[in-house]
Design a protein around this ligand. Structure first.
Ligand code: ADP
Ligand code: MG
Length: 327
């Protein structure tokens, strides 16, 4: 007999994880119940992935699950929140267990790594799509918003930028390179790591933060707009990996273009006052995550690109619609 929606929920989603102590009631009732500690906010974020728009319908379900959950966890990290609970609304054209098994395996592996528990959801029939609502905890008054940047603050990013775009170009067959390097860059695209420990460490130190999902040049503008300040990025300060430089045959300018526009990095971009510079170094020392100062918050509005403090010697093509000034 064909399996019902209830069989599927029971087999694939219920009791697949270690229970968190703060989950009073998980999958199986009309609602989940969770305990929220006193003096904490719940940070909530939802994202949908739709087949044909955000991934190909025949994409590896393990990678789809990773992408769906990692991008949502990255939003919690960007807020300075600690991941706690997640709900999953899954729409499937058919009950396809060859798809569900690797999807769930990958989903729960990542969920366990970040101690985020699946507490409920919905399972429906229709065109393939995945909607996650994640919830995390952040001490009241310490969430990292986009609106707190102040003139004079330094702008930082974690990790390296650009590897994900290089990996995507390889996946889409728009570029070629030596196979072992290609494998590294493709892995960086598919398995970018949300920076939860950095977000937690930045509480009380960063004035603004967000995660890089559309490319630092597009994302940092949100901090400028929400904080009503201008942003200056020095392209020579963008952190690029040795692998990316090899991929670009040593062409720094090409690597910098990729670093500016690469999406789905899940690196954090944040602003910190000069007074907090030493506190930042102390706070991030234990995370083992590299971070780099890439620019300054200044008076005015908009985003300008510099090269060693001087006007850029090249033009960033195709980004006029972001209102970038190449000065
Ligand atoms: P209801 O009719 O009350 O919406 P459902 O039959 O949709 O309940 O779901 C039964 C239980 O299973 C609920 O607790 C719901 O949260 C959970 N659930 C359904 N689908 C999923 C899913 N894909 N992942 C996790 N939990 C799910
Ligand atoms: Mg339902």
């Amino acid at each position: 007999m064909a399996k019902s929606e209830f069989d599927i929920i029971k087999q694939y989603f219920a009791h697949q994880q270690q229970q968190r102590d703060d989950v009073v009631l998980a999958i199986g009732d009309d609602c989940a119940l969770v305990d929220v500690p006193a003096n904490y906010h719940v940070a909530v974020s939802t994202d949908s992935l739709v087949a044909g728009t955000h991934f190909l319908a025949d994409a590896d379900p393990a990678l789809v699950a990773y992408k769906a959950l990692a991008s949502n966890i990255s939003d919690l990290a960007a807020m300075g929140a600690t991941p706690a609970w997640v709900s999953l609304a899954l729409t499937l054209p058919t009950i396809d267990e060859a798809w569900l098994a690797p999807f769930c395996h990958s989903f729960f592996e990542l969920a366990n790594r970040y101690n985020i528990q699946l507490i409920g959801g919905d399972t429906t029939k229709g065109p393939l799509s995945i909607t996650l609502t994640v919830q995390g905890l952040v001490p009241q008054g310490q969430a990292l918003t986009r609106s707190g940047a102040q003139v004079g603050d330094d702008i930082y990013v974690t990790g390296n930028l650009g590897d994900s775009a290089a990996g995507l170009a390889l996946i889409l067959n728009q570029s070629q390179c030596e196979p072992s390097l290609a494998a590294v860059l493709v892995e960086r695209h598919f398995k970018a790591q949300p920076r939860v420990n950095v977000g937690e460490a930045l509480r009380g130190i960063a004035s603004a933060a967000l995660d890089i999902s559309d490319g630092v040049i597009a994302d940092v503008k949100h901090i400028g707009d929400r904080s009503q300040v201008a942003i200056e990025i020095d392209v020579e300060k963008l952190p690029v990996s040795a692998d990316l430089l090899t991929f670009c045959n040593g062409d720094r300018q090409q690597a910098q273009q990729l670093a500016l526009t690469s999406g789905e990095e899940y690196e954090l971009c944040f602003t910190v006052s000069k007074a907090n510079r030493d506190a930042l170094a102390m706070a991030l020392a234990h995370t083992n995550v590299k971070y780099s100062c890439i620019g300054q918050v200044t008076t005015g509005r908009g985003l300008s690109l510099l090269q060693l403090g001087k006007p850029l010697s090249w033009k960033l093509s195709g980004w006029d619609h972001f209102g970038v000034t190449n000065n």
